[in-house]
Design a protein around this ligand. Structure first.
Ligand code: SF4
Length: 446
């Protein structure tokens, strides 16, 4: 959480000697608050002040990384309670359980199926994030073997789930290089689990029922010198868990209560598949950093992954595509030319509907700061002048042997001026892009 200049000033020596650069301690404090300097510039700052400033400037929810390489999952480092206050930074990781009671072949084929679970939406590849091997067998050898198979079969980060210290030790040894997440530490097994986590430098989940006990547990682990912690409030039903996750987030952000200032995990134990997906959606919205899910059914995961993408998109930066002329299919000089804005959702919807029409077409995308057609028009970002300018800039005339361009139906009002400016015939297209196939059938002749 950023400190104000005055808060920083209170911790400085107040000698006003100017050795740091600015003439006074207050001026230096203001520079630090604006991230324009470093505390090291003051030679007289005390170790206590350094520690206090360092701790106070740490994020209210610690950032924790799981796994390595390009599939590494980073969670935490959130600074707000509500997405519209700023943004949420690290999206909820989705862990899929793999029970170690299955045969080696079954484990391998489940993990292979997991590897293939990916969906493209608005130009982004969306996937689950973790393979969570669960020690249901209670057999350390079998568990370690299952973890080894999962590690060999997938590049996804691993979550190793057991409350048995001996089983954890064996399983971690089989995959320590992959920097897995240890899951299963509680008040009873804490010392053994912390020892393994510290030895291998691994993040670990701490579980306790009730936030007081959970805070006491996290205090104990941080005092032991380990801070790569994820917190499990221990509840397994949606109402209580939502309450705990919300209170933890409030305590961490509003009260700066450090013992609860760590990422969180929620387990979906519900057997009814529809209710399980509904529970998971609640935790993605508020405030699980990781959810542990049992199913790999696409119909359950796709809505969850889509919801997650929507929540974790920066509300101040809409997802955009580059403004230019796109070729949809094998275009020819007599192909139709459509116009739309550079909001990703709009672009991919229009592209999908052009593809459905099976008529190859050009699509001129106009720069509108990532806003949709009507929003851009209302904000004066999607005007006849701007469209005409883009037609020239991207040489639309050089690509086709006709002079007809299709305007979204919602902005039909622009057609007169656009025709005057461009000299092209303006066809008013459908209001919704779903109408493109029937529009082309009825109206398009090159
Ligand atoms: Fe104050 Fe330190 Fe800067 Fe001197 S060097 S003005 S004591 S902040």
């Amino acid at each position: 959480m950023a400190l104000t200049g005055l808060e920083i000033y209170k911790l400085l020596p107040k000698k006003n000697c100017g050795k740091c650069g600015p003439p006074t301690c207050l001026a230096f404090a203001m520079q630090l608050a604006a991230n324009k300097g470093s505390l090291d510039q003051c030679p007289d700052v005390t170790e206590e002040a350094k520690a206090a400033l360092g701790a106070a400037s740490a994020p209210p929810i610690r950032k924790v990384a799981i796994g390595e390489g390009d599939r590494q999952l980073v969670v935490g480092d959130e600074t707000v309670l509500f997405r519209h206050d700023k943004t949420f930074f690290h999206e909820t990781g989705i862990a899929i359980q793999v029970p170690d009671t299955a045969s080696v072949d079954e484990i391998r084929s489940r993990v292979e199926a997991l590897n293939k679970l990916e969906f493209e939406r608005v130009g982004m590849m969306l996937r689950p994030n973790l393979v969570a091997v669960n020690n249901l067998s209670r057999d350390p050898e079998k568990f370690a073997a299952a973890v080894k198979v999962a590690a060999e079969t997938s590049k996804m980060p691993l979550m190793i789930m057991t409350t048995d210290v001996a089983a954890m030790d064996k399983a971690v040894a089989a995959a320590a290089a992959r920097k897995p997440l240890m899951c299963g530490a509680n008040a009873e097994n804490l010392d053994g689990m912390v020892e393994i986590a510290k030895k291998h430098g691994l993040p670990m989940v701490l579980s306790a029922k009730g936030l007081d006990d959970l805070a006491a547990l996290s205090d104990k682990v941080t005092a032991a010198g380990h801070k790569e912690i994820i917190l499990d409030p221990g509840c397994r039903e949606v109402g209580g868990c939502l309450e705990d996750l919300t209170n933890m987030r409030r305590m961490a952000i509003r009260k700066k209560f450090r013992p609860l200032g760590f990422p969180t995990v929620a387990f979906i134990e519900e057997d009814d598949p529809v209710q399980a997906a509904a529970d998971a959606s609640v935790y993605i919205a508020k405030y699980a950093s990781i959810i542990v899910f049992k199913s790999i059914e696409t119909w359950q995961l796709l809505p969850l992954i889509t919801l997650r993408q929507n929540i974790y998109t920066d509300p101040q930066k809409p997802i955009q595509v580059e403004a230019k002329v796109y070729e949809i299919g094998e275009v020819k000089p007599n192909s139709p030319v459509f116009i739309t804005t550079n909001f990703s959702l709009t672009y991919f919807t229009v592209v999908g509907d052009i593809e459905v029409s099976k008529t190859p077409a050009y699509l001129l995308v106009v720069e509108t700061d990532g806003t949709s057609v009507l929003t851009a028009w209302a904000a004066g970002k999607f005007t006849a002048d701007k469209i005409a300018e883009h037609m020239q800039k991207f040489d639309v005339a050089g690509k086709v042997n006709h002079k007809k361009i299709i305007l979204p139906g919602y902005v039909a009002v622009l057609s007169g001026k656009l025709s005057d400016l461009s000299g092209w015939e303006i066809l008013v297209g459908p209001r919704e892009s779903a109408g493109i196939p029937s529009f082309l059938k009825a109206r398009w002749t090159a």
